[in-house]
Write a protein that binds this ligand. Structure first.
Ligand code: GLU
Length: 509
């Protein structure tokens, strides 16, 4: 019988969750939902020296904002299978058992080397021109461990509370084969693999041991994670094998890297392409660095998620806009690429623009009504909705609305200098005055009426529409461009427009 799909997102709380991490979470989420499985949040906090306060809360809030909440794990679910934090699981002795089992079967050993001794080893190997100095089947023979020391000596050291780590005993020359859903069969010689530390001297497991124990105990069916973990996978295979758990191990899928916009290297959290690298604003107390978030920059979570889904995956069709439900339906691990995915800031903004266009005017007005500028003016909601209808075409973000359309709320006091210079003269000034009068006399003020009156005034004043069209816009809005002119005129309304035209006649010299 196929295992129930259970996947996990297992970040370390060592900082804010950057967008690469969100993508890992997203792919896990989509896969879990597609197969009616479980999506678990596990916090891998075994490296206490790198623990950053607030990171865990940040991760939880980010997943919620993105709409990809786990159904089980830290901060989610009913907690009946807690704990999901590795530091708490360690307290229950979960990992030690497995490390002891590996020691007992001769597949792991105690190592008592001090950091000075390890440094010396590295220097020795470097001097001997060893390409990648590491603690392995060769070098361990010259170190202080339970493979080189007598049983008695080992016992004495342990009884005297000498600090030790437990290391995986990797064979010297053996082929390790494993299957990755995205990369196919991977073959590595064990000489490339170091004797990884499994249990640290403080009794904490390392990631290598802890995630394996947890994946087994949490019955994880698929382990999906970033490509940076691929080099460690051969060691993980050995651990599963030595624990007799190879048949129970999750299927592996290493997701492609996210690359810089120019394709040159991995996207870094300090990328300068102008868009955030984090889902939410993040302030790192340790380094005093702050990072902008997609949420605060004005992105819709759906647009951010849609963009992320396409970083390394594609549906195999031309469709680009996918709701989360559609992503769940279309998603498959087979359609994830092996090669790195370039982050495209322009495309990212494009996604937001598409989502903005899909919103109803009501929804946009609702968001726009939170803009502090608008809040102070407290306009009529129906009016706000109409403004949104007119200005949304030009915007990528709702937070651009104020700049694009503030003249709908406040009469201009400055006028586009270029247009004024080109079009303002005695004749056009006379025209604007005449138009103000004709507008004042108008009985209706729909866009079509406003346009008819404008044309009729042009005829009366013997002036070409092309000479005064943009000028009219500048007199009404202050700016040289914007939505359909007579829609603007009609929405601002008769009284407002007449006022603005008369003001312009007085103000523009
Ligand atoms: N704690 C690891 C990380 O932060 C998890 C890797 C995995 O999913 O196995 O990347």
């Amino acid at each position: 019988m196929e295992k129930r799909v259970r996947v996990r997102f297992a970040p370390s709380p060592t900082g804010g969750l950057h967008m690469g991490g969100v993508r890992v979470a997203l792919f896990n989420y989509l896969f879990a939902k597609k197969h009616n499985g479980d999506f678990i949040l596990r916090i891998e906090d075994t490296d206490q020296t790198r623990y950053v306060k607030g990171a865990e809360e940040y991760i939880i809030e980010s997943l919620k904002w993105c709409g990809i909440a786990p159904n089980e794990g830290v901060g989610f679910g009913d907690g009946s299978h807690a704990p999901y934090r590795q530091s708490e699981r360690k307290e229950k002795g979960i990992y030690k058992k497995y490390a002891d089992k590996l020691i007992a079967s001769g597949n792991a050993y105690y190592a008592f080397d001090t950091s000075e001794e390890l440094d010396e080893m590295r220097k020795r190997l470097e001097a001997a021109k060893v390409a990648a100095p590491q603690y392995n089947a060769v070098s361990r023979q010259n170190m202080r461990n339970s493979l080189t020391l007598s049983e008695d000596e080992v016992k004495k050291l342990i009884d005297a509370n000498t600090p030790y780590v437990i290391r995986l005993k990797v064979p010297r020359n053996e082929e390790i084969r494993f299957h990755d859903i995205i990369r196919g069969w991977v073959v590595v010689n064990s000489s490339q693999v170091d004797d990884k530390v499994l249990l640290k001297s403080d009794g904490m497991p390392t990631y290598h041991l802890a995630h394996i124990v947890d994946d087994i105990e949490m019955q994880i069916s698929h382990a999906m994670r970033g490509e940076e973990w691929l080099p460690s996978a051969p060691a993980h295979i050995l651990i599963y094998r030595y624990l007799g758990l190879e048949n129970e191990m999750p299927k592996l899928a290493h997701l492609p890297l996210i690359l810089k916009p120019d394709g040159n290297g991995k996207l870094s959290k300090r990328d300068k392409s102008g868009l955030p690298m984090f889902p939410l604003n993040w302030f790192d107390e340790r380094t005093n660095e702050s990072y902008a978030g997609y949420r605060e920059t004005g992105f819709f979570a759906e647009a951010f998620i849609n963009m992320l889904a396409f970083l390394g995956w594609n549906p195999g069709t031309n469709q680009e806009i996918f709701s989360i439900e559609e992503l769940i339906q279309a998603f498959s691990l087979e359609r994830i690429n092996k090669s790195g995915a370039k982050f495209d800031p322009e495309k990212t903004k494009w996604f937001n623009q598409q989502y903005l266009r899909l919103k109803t005017d009501d929804a946009l007005a609702e968001i726009f009504s939170n803009d502090t500028n608008i809040k102070n003016l407290n306009p009529d909601f129906a009016y706000l909705k109409n403004v949104c209808r007119l200005i949304k075409e030009k915007a990528h973000f709702v937070n651009e609305f104020w700049d694009l359309g503030k003249y709908f709320f406040i009469a201009p006091t400055i006028y586009d200098a270029e247009v004024v210079k080109k079009r303002w003269n005695e004749k056009s000034k006379k025209f604007i005055s005449a138009l103000a009068k004709n507008y004042e006399a108008a009985s209706s003020f729909g866009a079509q009426h406003a346009e008819n009156i404008f044309k009729q005034t042009c005829e009366e004043q013997q002036i070409k529409t092309g000479e005064v069209m943009q000028l009219l816009r500048v007199c009404v809005s202050g700016v040289g461009g914007g939505p359909a002119l007579f829609e603007v005129v009609s929405l601002i309304g008769k009284a407002g427009v007449v006022n603005r035209l008369n003001t312009a006649v007085r103000a523009i010299v």
